[in-house]
Ligand binder design. Structure first.
Ligand SMILES: [Zn+2]
Length: 663
C-alpha cells in the first residue's frame, strides 16, 4: 500500500508539473481547470494521508502553507545591484559610445529585454528543487519569502536538468487583469486601493500568509542564471534560452541586437507596443551579450558598465481640470470624476480621470480650474497625479448633499471614504446594478451592455434585475438600434444566464462588500442561497474571510423586504440557488472544526491542516464555541487555555490521525 501511494504521488506530481508548465509558462494548456483541480485535490488528499511523502517541491505547496510571524534576512550570493538608467536617446548613445571606447572595437551585440515593472527575486535550487527565495532588499541582503514564492505558478519548484546548485534571478509581477481584479475586490471590502501593479506585487509577496500570495496570481520572469554568484554560461542570450529549456518563463519579446541601431528600433517598437501587453513595463534593459566582454567592461561603484536600463517617459500630460462631476455606482457610492480638457497621452486622447472619493481630492489639493498632471498606466483608468498650477478662478469641489440623479439626500457613514445615495429606487443605482449583473464574469448576458441597460431602465421595462427574466424578443425588437435578430440573441443570452452558478448570482445582487471572492467563499461554506439568507450575522462569519462588517451588510440586505421579494422572483425565474462546494472526499471529520496549536510530534502545521481538510473537516485558527476539537502539541499556549475554559475536547496527534482515518 505504502509503495502504491508513493508511486501514485510521484505520478500525480509529475503530471501536475507538466500541466503547470504548459499553462503558466507556455500559455498552452492541454487540460481544463476542472481536470487540473481534480489532480491537485487527489495529490493533496494523498499527501495528507501519507505525511511521510510530503516534499517541499511538491506542487501541493502551491496552495500556500501556514502563516508565519516574520521574515528572516538572508545575504545574497552576489550583490543585486541596480542598473544605470538612460532617460533619452542621447543618454543611450552616450552609453553605447562608452562601451565601444572601452572595448576598442564595435564587434559586440546587445540582448534587449522588456523592463518589467515588478520586483526582483533571487531563487535558489539545490538537487533540482527550489529551496529558497529572497527579495532584492537593499541589494546585499534580502528577505526569505520562500513559502510565498512557492505559490507562484510560473515559477518551477523542480527543475530536471539544471546544475546541482544554481540560482535564478528574475522579476515578480502582477498582470494588469489580476491587478484590476484585486483593486475591485479591495474597494468592495472598503480597503485602500494599490497605486500600481508593482506595489501590489511587492505587497503580495511580503504578506505573512502564503495563501494570500497564492490568491493574488503573481508571475515570475527569469533573467539571470547563476552558479556560486557567477553567470553559468558565457553568453547572456544562451543563458536565457537555457532558462526557458529548464522550464522558466523568460521574456518572449527578448531580442539580440547587432548594435545601437537595432537596439533603438527595439525600444521604439515597444514604446508603441507596450499597451498591447498584459502587464506593465517601464522601459527596456540592454545587456552586452558576451560574458568575456562584460568582464572587460567591468563595474562602476554602483552599476555594471555593460548594461543599461532605458526608461520610457511616464505617460503623463498636463491639462485643465474643467469640472468634477459625480457618478452614482451600483452600491450608491458617489464617485467624483474629473472632466478634463481633452489631451493626448502617448497616442490616446484622455478627457476623464477617476478621483475615487472626496479624501483623494483633499489629498491632491485639487480645485476646478486648476492645471493638473494626469497619468495613464496599462489599461487602468487614467488618474490625476498632482496639481501643476492653481487656476485664477479656482472653485473648490464639494460632494453634493443630494444625489445628482434622484435628488434624494446623500449619507456618509462614520469611517467610510464614500458618500452614498441610499435610495433603492435611484435610477443611477439601478442602471449600474443591472449592468453589473449582466456583465462578463457575473451573469454574462451577451449584448446587454451599458447602452441597452440605460434604455431599458429609462423606458421602465426593467425596475430590478428580476425584470430581465421577463424580457421577450418582441418587446426588445422595437428599441433603438435593436432589430429582431439582436433581440433574439439577447433573449438567448438571458436564457443561458439562468444556468450560471450560485456564486455569480450572489455576486450579481450587488450586496455591499460581497464581491466575486466573498460570494464564492459564502457559497462554498453554505451550499445554497436559502442557507445564506437564513443565517444570522454570527453564523455568516463561519465562512472564510467574512467578518462583522461583511456579515452585517449581508444581513441588512436580506432583511429588507424588497430584496426578499427580489430573491423570490429570481427563484421563480429558475436561477441556480444551490451550489456544490468543492468535494471533500472521505469525510470522517465532516462538519467538524479543528484547531491545531503547539508543536505536534511528527506533523507540521500545514500538514496537520491538510490532513484535517482531506478528511472533510475544517481547520481553523481560533478557538470558539463552534470548535469540535483542539489538537494540542508541545508548548501549546493560549488556545489550549481557551479550549479548557470553553470545555472543548483536547486531543493529541495520534488521536487526530485515528479520527481522520476512521472512515
Ligand atoms: Zn440617487
Amino acid at each position: 500500500m505504502g509503495q502504491d501511494a508513493a508511486g501514485r504521488v510521484e505520478e500525480l506530481r509529475d503530471r501536475i508539473r507538466y500541466h503547470e508548465h504548459r499553462y503558466y509558462v507556455l500559455d498552452a494548456p492541454e487540460i481544463g481547470d476542472a481536470e487540473y483541480d481534480a489532480l491537485m485535490r487527489e495529490l493533496l488528499s494523498l499527501e495528507a494521508a501519507h505525511p511521510e511523502l510530503a516534499s517541499p517541491d511538491s506542487p501541493a505547496v502551491r496552495v500556500g502553507g501556514a502563516p508565519r510571524d516574520g521574515f528572516v534576512t538572508v545575504r545574497h550570493s552576489a550583490a543585486m545591484l541596480s542598473l544605470d538608467n538612460a532617460l533619452n536617446d542621447g543618454e543611450l548613445r552616450e552609453f553605447d559610445r562608452r562601451v565601444r571606447d572601452l572595448l576598442g572595437h564595435s564587434d559586440y551585440r546587445y540582448v534587449a529585454e522588456l523592463k518589467l515593472d515588478g520586483l526582483s527575486l533571487a531563487v535558489r535550487f539545490r538537487g533540482g528543487s527550489l529551496v529558497q527565495a529572497i527579495t532584492r532588499g537593499d541589494g546585499e541582503t534580502g528577505e526569505d519569502v520562500t513559502s510565498n514564492a512557492r505559490t507562484i505558478r510560473s515559477l518551477p519548484l523542480r527543475v530536471a536538468d539544471g546544475p546541482p546548485e544554481f540560482e535564478v534571478r528574475g522579476e515578480v509581477l502582477m498582470g494588469n487583469r489580476a491587478f484590476a481584479k484585486l483593486n475591485a475586490e479591495r474597494e468592495a471590502q472598503g480597503l485602500p486601493r494599490y497605486a500600481n501593479p508593482r506595489n501590489s506585487a511587492a505587497g503580495s509577496l511580503r504578506v505573512l500568509d502564503p495563501a494570500t500570495t497564492a490568491a493574488r496570481q503573481l508571475d515570475f520572469y527569469a533573467y539571470l542564471l547563476l552558479v556560486n554568484g557567477e553567470p553559468l554560461l558565457d553568453s547572456h542570450w544562451a543563458s536565457l534560452d537555457r532558462l526557458a529549456e529548464m522550464g522558466f518563463r523568460v521574456d518572449p519579446s527578448r531580442a539580440a541586437c547587432a548594435g545601437l541601431e537595432d537596439l533603438q528600433a527595439f525600444i521604439e517598437r515597444w514604446s508603441a507596443g507596450r499597451d498591447s501587453l498584459a502587464y506593465e513595463i517601464d522601459g527596456v534593459v540592454a545587456k552586452i551579450d558576451s560574458l568575456a566582454q562584460q568582464r572587460r567592461l567591468g563595474w562602476t561603484a554602483k552599476a555594471p558598465r555593460w548594461a543599461i536600463a532605458f526608461k520610457y517617459p511616464p505617460r503623463q500630460a498636463e491639462t485643465l481640470l474643467e469640472n468634477i462631476e459625480v457618478q452614482v455606482g451600483r452600491t450608491g457610492a458617489l464617485t467624483p470624476v474629473a472632466h478634463l480638457r481633452p489631451v493626448a497621452v502617448s497616442g490616446v486622447t484622455v478627457s476623464r480621470a477617476s478621483l475615487h472619493n472626496e479624501d483623494e481630492i483633499e489629498r491632491l489639493g485639487l480645485a476646478i480650474g486648476d492645471t493638473v498632471v494626469i497619468e495613464r498606466s496599462g489599461d487602468v483608468i487614467p488618474k490625476v497625479v498632482r496639481v501643476k498650477e492653481h487656476g485664477d478662478a479656482r472653485r473648490r469641489f464639494r460632494m453634493p448633499a443630494q444625489c445628482p440623479v434622484c435628488q434624494e439626500p446623500v449619507t456618509r457613514a462614520e469611517g467610510e471614504s464614500a458618500s452614498r445615495c441610499i435610495n433603492p429606487d435611484c435610477p443611477a443605482r439601478l442602471k449600474e446594478t443591472v449592468r453589473y449583473f449582466a456583465s462578463r464574469g457575473v451573469m454574462d448576458i451577451d449584448g446587454m451592455g451599458e447602452a441597452l441597460v440605460s434604455q431599458l431602465v429609462d423606458a421602465g421595462m426593467v425596475k430590478s434585475v428580476a425584470d430581465i427574466y421577463e424580457l421577450k424578443a418582441e418587446t426588445l425588437a422595437p428599441l433603438e438600434r435593436m432589430g429582431e435578430k439582436s433581440a433574439r440573441r439577447i433573449v438567448e443570452g438571458i436564457e443561458a444566464s439562468r444556468k450560471q452558478p450560485l456564486p455569480r448570482v450572489l455576486n450579481g445582487l450587488g450586496i455591499p462588500f460581497v464581491g466575486e471572492r466573498t460570494a464564492k467563499l459564502l457559497a462554498d461554506s453554505f451550499g445554497s442561497l436559502d442557507a445564506i439568507v437564513g443565517a444570522s450575522a454570527d453564523e455568516l462569519q463561519r465562512a472564510d474571510e467574512v467578518g462583522p462588517k461583511v456579515s452585517g451588510s449581508i444581513r441588512a440586505y436580506f432583511d429588507n423586504p424588497r430584496n426578499q421579494r427580489l430573491v423570490e422572483r429570481l427563484r421563480e425565474a429558475g436561477l441556480r440557488f444551490t451550489h456544490d462546494a468543492p468535494k471533500r472526499e472521505g469525510g470522517p471529520l465532516k462538519g467538524m472544526t479543528l484547531v491545531v496549536t503547539g508543536t505536534l510530534p511528527t506533523l507540521g502545521r500545514d500538514e496537520a491542516k491538510a490532513l484535517i481538510e482531506a478528511a472533510g473537516g475544517k481547520a481553523s485558527e481560533s478557538v470558539s464555541k463552534k470548535t469540535s476539537y483542539v489538537v494540542a502539541g508541545e508548548a501549546a499556549g493560549s488556545k489550549l487555555e481557551k479550549a479548557r475554559t470553553l470545555g472543548i475536547p483536547v486531543i493529541d496527534e495520534a488521536k487526530l490521525r485515528e479520527l481522520a482515518a476512521d472512515a
